[in-house]
Ligand binder design. Structure first.
Ligand code: GLU
Length: 447
């Protein structure tokens, strides 16, 4: 059995109850096969893959908090410190009822290679809780965040582990987490990123992930002789990433026609632009987690209850919501509609089965580890802003972000060429991200 298959089999045996983690390990290890095969003897002896699939450390803790009725609630908190070979652990916190250790491990594993692709000195980590911020009052959110940080603070620090936001954790939550961290540690040290600019946050961080996705999509289309201008784009989600992506797509002359929520999707053939994009922030801020009010506010738009936007005809599809939102039936609908390009803004939005089908049918896929790396890249810029006790302008940030995204695309293509992978941008990104981490690990000895 090849070394890759051996390690996949071991991971399956040891983590059988964590399907999302197994999914990403299988996707990454299978796609880096050419690199591993070329170094099989050395990697096997040093157990490089066994080490890379095992988190360096994982913490699980109780988060008790008092709701507005005086009732005590108990949630579970997690932080998985996956890999620090190239820098301090870096990755967001997700607050969502679906969170359990398998979700945090999948996100932490993805983060290792994504962070590596940025070319910046950041390792991979992720955390979160099964707490659901939807429908909670502001004070409930604050009390939860304070309790969460009262436990997490001892595991993080500016050179150790730097959390940020993810689903359910935005500027408000980061503010409360930072306030409690500063109070306990008596230290204003930039340990969290995604802060408001008043708190040392980075100008442009809010839109960074979405802008980065569009820069990546632009490079991808350019490589295949096409441009974003005039293209029709189907997005999912209606949160921060969807908002930033829609803003930049409009600026570059593309037309956004869909958004979605857990309740269904919106089709707006007039285009989601101008004040309609700003309205997404209002919709998300309502705390109701539904997108149907868009169709009440803009009656030309149609709401499709309980459906996803993947059956709509578009030139480019950009999933921005959550993992596994594109399954095999969605992939079939997309191909039937003539889909040529898919650019993943959410983390692991496409199942492995759907990826295979799309690839077999000639669809070019920009993988999330590459396409959505602009968010964490700007988090690292925020870390250096804080460490240097300085402030960068939004224009500085956008220029650095654009450079980073162009480089990510170039590195992925270079890996495709070096290993004869054709247009497989997933394998190209995985190999480029893996190679940097593997080389750093090899230099550090058996740790
Ligand atoms: N949650 C984001 C991601 O998936 C950002 C992480 C960060 O800024 O640390 O990359």
């Amino acid at each position: 059995m090849s070394y890759v298959d051996e390690v996949i089999a071991k991971v399956k045996e040891k983590n059988a109850s964590e399907p999302e983690f197994l999914q990403t390990v299988e996707e990454v290890l299978t796609s880096i096969r050419p690199l591993v095969d070329a170094n099989e003897e050395k990697y096997r002896k040093l157990a490089l893959l066994e080490r890379i699939v095992e988190p360096e450390r994982q913490v699980k803790f109780r988060v008790p908090w008092v709701d507005d009725n005086g009732q005590v609630q108990v949630n579970i908190g997690y932080r998985v410190q996956f890999n620090s070979a190239i820098g301090p652990y870096k990755g967001g916190l997700r607050f969502h009822p679906s969170v359990y250790i398998g979700i945090i491990k999948f996100l932490g594993f993805e983060q290792i290679f994504k962070n590596s692709l940025t070319g910046l000195p950041i390792g991979g980590g992720k955390g979160g809780s099964d707490f659901d911020p939807n429908g909670k009052s502001d004070m409930e959110i604050m009390r939860f965040c304070q309790s969460f940080m009262t436990e997490l603070f001892r595991h993080i620090g500016p050179d150790t582990d730097v959390p940020a936001g993810d689903i359910g954790v935005g500027g408000r939550e980061i503010g409360y987490l930072m306030g409690q961290y500063k109070r306990i540690r008596d230290c204003y040290d930039g340990t969290l990123t995604g802060k408001g600019t008043e708190n040392g946050g980075l100008a442009g961080r809010a839109e960074a992930t979405g802008y980065g996705v569009v820069f990546y999509a632009r490079e991808m289309l350019k490589h295949f002789g096409e441009e974003l201008k005039g293209k029709t784009v189907a997005l999912s989600g209606f949160g921060n990433v969807t908002w930033g992506t829609a803003l930049k797509l409009n600026e570059l002359g593309a037309k956004v026609i869909t958004i979605s929520g857990p309740d269904g999707y919106i089709l707006d053939e007039d285009g989601i632009s101008g004040e309609k994009v700003d309205y997404l922030l209002e919709l998300r801020g309502s705390g109701k987690n539904i997108c149907s009010p868009y169709a009440e506010k803009y009656p030309n738009a149609k709401f499709f209850k309980g459906e996803k936007p993947w059956g709509v005809k578009a030139d480019l599809y950009i999933p921005c919501a959550t993992q596994n939102e594109i399954r095999i039936d969605d992939a079939k609908a997309m191909v039937a509609n003539g889909c040529k390009f898919l650019c993943e803004a959410a983390n692991m939005p496409t199942t492995n089965e759907a990826i295979e089908y799309l690839k077999e049918n000639g669809v070019v896929i920009g993988p999330s580890k590459a396409a959505n790396a602009g968010g964490v890249a700007c988090s690292c810029i925020e870390m250096s802003q804080n460490a240097g006790h300085t402030i960068f302008t939004a224009d500085d940030v956008y220029a650095q972000l654009e450079n980073i995204m162009v480089n990510i695309f170039k590195q992925s293509i270079a890996a495709c060429e070096k290993y004869g992978l054709g247009d497989d941008l997933i394998a190209g990104a995985n190999i480029a991200g893996f190679e940097r981490v593997a080389n750093a690990m090899l230099l550090q000895g058996i740790v």
